[in-house]
Unconditional design. Structure first.
Length: 287
C-alpha cells in the first residue's frame, strides 16, 4: 500500500450546506477508531466557521460503534455566532444512525490574563526512544491479518512511548503513560488541521491507561472496551510538525468504567491542550 498522509483523512467531501462525508481508515480494531470521528467532526465544524476563529474546546459522546469499512457523514448545526465565540453541534452518521455527537466552541484570538500551573514531566526525549510501530514491524508475523493490513494506517503519527512494555502480554503497571507524538510527513501551517490531527491522536493509548493496574491489554479476548465520552481543551496553538508530549493518567476505574485525563505539552514546556475521557471496561466470559 502506498504511503498514507495524515492530512488526507480530513479532506472531507461537501455534500451540501452543513453536510460532509469523510472516508474511513481501518486500523484493525474491533470498530472504527474513535480518534477518526473526533478529528473529522472537528474538521467538518471548522468548514462552517469564519476565518480567524479557532476551536478552544469540544465535548463529545460516542453512541454506537462505527464501521471502519464505511464512510461517515457529518451533519453540522450552526448553534450561535457571537462577537467572540461560535458554537457548533456535529452529528456523525452511518447507515442512517447517529453514532456520535460533538459540541464545539470557537473563539477569536484575544489578550487576557495568563498563567500555567502544570509542570511538564521530566522524561527522556523522543530522540532517545524508538517509534512504537517499529516493535510491530519487527514482529509482523505475530500480528493478526487485520493488523498486518492496517499497519500502514498507523504510520502517519509517529508515537514513541516512554518506558514502553514492548510485549504482546500485558504487564501490571501504575496507571500513567507518557507518549511523544508528531506527524511523519510535515503538514501545512493551518491551525485547524493541526487541531483536528491532535484530536485524532489524543485517542491513541488513552483509555487503555486505565487497564494498566489490572494487567490487561486491549487485545484480551475477555475484555470489552468502548469510549463513552471525550473532551478536549486547546490552550495554545499546536504544531504537530514538532514533537508534543502527551502525559496521561487514570485516577479511577470502577463500575465497569475507567476515566483518564491528559495534558499535552510542546517542547518548550507550554501546556497546549488538556483531555478527559471516560470509557466502558467490561470483563466478559471468553467462552
Amino acid at each position: 500500500m502506498s504511503e498514507v498522509k495524515m492530512s488526507s483523512l480530513f479532506e472531507l467531501e461537501s455534500i451540501e450546506q452543513g453536510l460532509f462525508r469523510g472516508q474511513s481508515w481501518d486500523l484493525g480494531f474491533r470498530a472504527l477508531f474513535g480518534g477518526q470521528v473526533l478529528g473529522q467532526a472537528l474538521a467538518a465544524a471548522y468548514r462552517t466557521v469564519e476565518a480567524g476563529r479557532s476551536v478552544h474546546s469540544f465535548h463529545t459522546y460516542f453512541l454506537l460503534p462505527g464501521d471502519a469499512k464505511k464512510p461517515v457523514v457529518y451533519d453540522v448545526e450552526v448553534v450561535r455566532d457571537g462577537r467572540s465565540f461560535s458554537a457548533r453541534r456535529v452529528k456523525a452518521i452511518q447507515d442512517g444512525r447517529n453514532i456520535f455527537y460533538m459540541t464545539a466552541s470557537f473563539q477569536i484570538a484575544e489578550e487576557g490574563m495568563s498563567h500555567q500551573y502544570a509542570p511538564m514531566p521530566e522524561v527522556p526525549g523522543p530522540d532517545e526512544l524508538a517509534s512504537d510501530i517499529s516493535f510491530y514491524e519487527q514482529n509482523f508475523d505475530r500480528l493478526s491479518t487485520g493488523m498486518q493490513e492496517a499497519l500502514s494506517y498507523h504510520r502517519p503519527i509517529d508515537i514513541r512511548t516512554v518506558d514502553a512494555a514492548h510485549s504482546f502480554k500485558a504487564q501490571q503497571r501504575e496507571p500513567y503513560r507518557h507518549v511523544w507524538l508528531k506527524v511523519r510527513d510535515a503538514m501545512s501551517s493551518d491551525l485547524g488541521l493541526h487541531q483536528a490531527t491532535l484530536a485524532y491522536a489524543s485517542d491513541y493509548h488513552f483509555l487503555s491507561t486505565s487497564l494498566q493496574p489490572h494487567g490487561l491489554a486491549v487485545s484480551d479476548k475477555g475484555l470489552r472496551m468502548a469510549t463513552i465520552d471525550h473532551a478536549m481543551w486547546f490552550h495554545q496553538p499546536v504544531n504537530l510538525n514538532d514533537w508534543l508530549l502527551y502525559a496521561m493518567e487514570s485516577p479511577f476505574s470502577g463500575n465497569s468504567r475507567g476515566i483518564v485525563r491528559g495534558q499535552i505539552f510542546n517542547q518548550s514546556g507550554e501546556l497546549v491542550a488538556s483531555t478527559m475521557q471516560e470509557g466502558m471496561m467490561r470483563k466478559v466470559s471468553e467462552s
